[in-house]
Write a protein that binds this ligand. Structure first.
Ligand code: F0G
Length: 338
């Protein structure tokens, strides 16, 4: 444990690779929330491409490069695509992103296009895109989905940053889609514990949207194995996933930590998104606000960290925008005087 410098490489002593591609990812703000006592928001929307994926891509793209690959491929609900596109661009690699048509928020599509990725659309949901990447993509390009263990090595640094600011909290609340991030963060805390830095490990809380809750629904019935869904639905498109590939690791993280899985409704997600924005000043995309929705809903004692995984700008279409019109300065003054 010898943190030094910036980006995920600050924690080189804890990583299996010691340096590589970086854009200063990580060191995101840990903000005390005004919404509940002892609630902190780990604002991972503040990463270079606006999501936690950058932590994993710094490692993943570095290893892709070391392995001699010249192409990378991902299936994505959008954030993985945006992040892979940006980090691949920086490393001089060609990037293919396989996306479920109509199920990717506009900001994310724009980013993947801007960073020069090849956008591939298919009819179907994320689960089908991932299946294609696993079965066909991996033969031709280096895969950067979260079944790639290097991704999780990068993402575990969120735990190290939380530790540097508040020590080891009582609960860490994480939105769960393909179920990589919660296992990565848990791995980070366990490593701190093994070094004797964490005296007591946090309980991990995995949050899924009510209509896309293969793991949380099974958990509520006392089962470990998820109940896969063919047609998941939720406003939080980032976590609209019916067959999460990393489920065994996520269930292990929650079980070992003594935590739980919980579902939140789309209404609860959108309400948390509005509260977080209008009271705390933090803009989250819906999936990112799911952790806050769960932290507000559950009765958790002690220090609680909700990981806000993606920035509000990712998904401009979920927010209704209304404006007043003024025809002259008098009308503006009248409005301001109210
Ligand atoms: N929050 C956001 C904003 C995400 O984009 C994702 C996953 C998650 C949470 C869930 O993380 O999959 O590790 O459990 N997005 C992936 C993507 C699926 O393609 O961008 P997870």
């Amino acid at each position: 444990w010898a943190p030094k410098g910036r980006g995920v490489w600050r924690y080189a002593s804890m990583l299996p690779v010691k340096n590589g591609v970086t854009m200063g990812e990580g060191q995101t703000p840990l903000v005390p929330s005004t919404l509940k006592p002892n609630l902190y928001v780990k604002y991972d929307g503040a990463n270079p491409t606006g999501s936690f994926k950058d932590r994993g891509m710094a490692l993943g793209v570095t290893v892709a490069k070391l392995s001699g690959a010249n192409k990378v491929v991902v299936a994505s609900t959008g954030n993985t695509a945006a992040s892979a596109a940006a980090y691949a661009a920086r490393a001089g690699l060609k990037c293919y992103v396989v996306l479920p048509r109509g199920n990717v928020a506009r900001g994310k599509l724009m980013q993947a296009a801007l960073h020069g990725a090849e956008l591939v659309m298919l009819n179907g949901l994320f689960d089908k895109a991932l299946e294609y990447v696993v079965n066909y993509g991996t033969k031709y390009a280096y895969p950067l989905n979260s079944f790639n263990p290097w991704r999780l090595e990068g993402q575990k640094t969120a735990a190290f940053e939380i530790y540097e600011e508040v020590g080891c909290p009582d609960y860490v609340v994480v939105p769960v889609g393909n179920a990589g991030n919660i296992s990565a963060i848990w791995k980070g805390f366990k490593e701190l514990w093994e070094l004797g830095l964490c005296k007591k490990l946090p309980k991990m809380v995995g949050v899924q949207a009510e209509g896309a809750a293969p793991i949380a629904n099974a958990w509520a019935m006392g089962k470990r194995a998820p109940i896969f869904l063919d047609e998941p639905h939720t406003v939080a498109t980032a976590i609209k996933i019916g067959k999460p590939i990393n489920w065994p690791k996520a269930v292990a993280a929650v079980e070992e930590s003594g935590g739980l899985f919980v579902t939140v409704s789309d209404e609860e997600i959108l309400r948390a998104q509005r509260l977080l924005a209008s009271r705390d000043g933090l803009g989250a995309e819906p999936a990112g606000a799911a952790s806050v929705a769960a932290a507000l809903k559950l009765d958790l004692s002690g220090t609680v960290v909700a990981v806000v995984t993606g920035h509000a700008l990712k998904d401009p279409d979920v927010v209704e925008i209304s404006a007043r019109e003024v025809r002259n300065a008098d009308e503006l003054v009248e409005l301001l005087e109210k």
